[in-house]
Design a protein around this ligand. Structure first.
Ligand code: SF4
Length: 327
């Protein structure tokens, strides 16, 4: 269960002595909006919420909140990523208190047969429990690596949907991802090409996601082949600061033109199916969050590729996940 930790948060809030507090919540925490507002209002503060989507720390609502008169932004659910901001920001990483060991214990035999060195990975809400899992596996004489953070994440073993730096650093034979859903584990699998077990501490299920990875790679190659036949391309640049990849967009524009394609840049905040449909380009390359082209594929009626996939139109290399390696 997620713990908001409002009393603990408030100790940090008081350091800034704010009159107005801007609050940014990911979708899963918006049902707590009134509880959070009541908490701060009862202590004499005004509260403003950002209602735009909040998918990650790549996109903080600092400028909007600053313009709206907030003295402080509390960005819930993600660890720090961006260096600069228009007003002080507290990144409040809500913790999940679920025990991670039972699901690992339940499926231990499967791990033992998968290699000598296991890498442990999770998302920020479980990060405080990762050392418990390490202790358990080491007590079973497994060699455990937890990779150190470098650029886009803050904690050892933490991953994002666009960045698997801690998995690369861990350099394991295989990985155990602790968390729910396939979004993150599928990214690890695509980015490392190694075996990944997705262990859900709530359902107690543990799945080797090799089959899912294979299906996704096949469908991405189909999209690449489809795009190869197209003549005009829109190259989409996100204006979100942590997704802003103008250099990559310019490089892909150059590559497309060198290969006889027509190409224009499109700057946008949210990449939607309406955007893809409204412009009259035959296909698109998204120089933004790499998950848009892959995870939203079924909502688009034209081929939409990541930057790395667009490069594969003109060479026959192995599939490469389009990780973001910068702030
Ligand atoms: S770029 Fe995409 S995957 Fe990465 S933090 Fe932002 S929304 Fe999440």
């Amino acid at each position: 269960m997620l713990q908001l930790g409002l009393e603990e948060l408030y100790k940090q809030v008081c350091n800034y002595n704010p009159r107005v507090i801007g609050i940014q919540l990911p979708a899963g925490l918006r049902r707590k909006a009134q509880k959070i507002a009541n908490f701060f209002e009862s202590r004499g503060h005004d509260v403003i919420f950002s209602g735009d989507p909040s998918y990650g720390a790549c996109d903080i609502a600092d400028e909007e909140m600053h313009n709206a008169g907030a003295d402080l932004l509390v960005h819930f659910g993600h660890s720090p990523m961006l260096k600069d901001s228009a007003l002080p920001v507290i990144y409040w990483c809500v913790r999940d208190d679920v025990d991670l060991i039972p699901v690992v214990r339940e499926h231990f035999e499967m791990f033992k047969e998968s290699g000598k060195v296991v890498g442990l990975l999770t998302t920020v809400q479980h990060i405080h429990k990762l050392d418990d899992v390490r202790g358990y596996l080491e007590s079973k004489e497994m060699h455990v690596n937890i990779g150190s953070p470098m650029l886009r994440v803050s904690y050892p073993g933490q991953i994002l949907g666009c960045s698997f730096e801690t998995a690369h650093v861990a350099n394991a034979d295989f990985y155990i991802f602790l968390g729910t859903g396939f979004f993150h584990s599928m990214g690890v699998s695509l980015a490392t090409r190694k075996k990944v077990f997705c262990c859900d501490p709530y359902s107690m299920q543990c799945e080797n996601i090799d089959d899912i990875k294979r299906k996704i790679i096949l469908s991405r190659y189909a999209a690449i082949e489809n795009a190869k036949e197209k003549h005009s391309f829109g190259v989409i640049v996100s204006t979100k600061r942590g997704q802003y990849r103008l250099n990559e967009a310019l490089a892909i524009k150059k590559l497309l033109k060198e290969n006889g394609k027509k190409c224009q840049l499109i700057f946008v905040r949210e990449v939607t199916s309406a955007l893809i449909c409204d412009f009259d380009f035959d296909a698109y390359v998204v120089a933004a969050c790499p998950r848009i082209a892959i995870d939203d594929k079924d909502t688009f009626d034209k081929p939409v590729l990541t930057v790395a996939e667009a490069e594969l139109m003109f060479n026959n290399g192995d599939y490469l996940f389009d990780e973001i390696h910068k702030l």
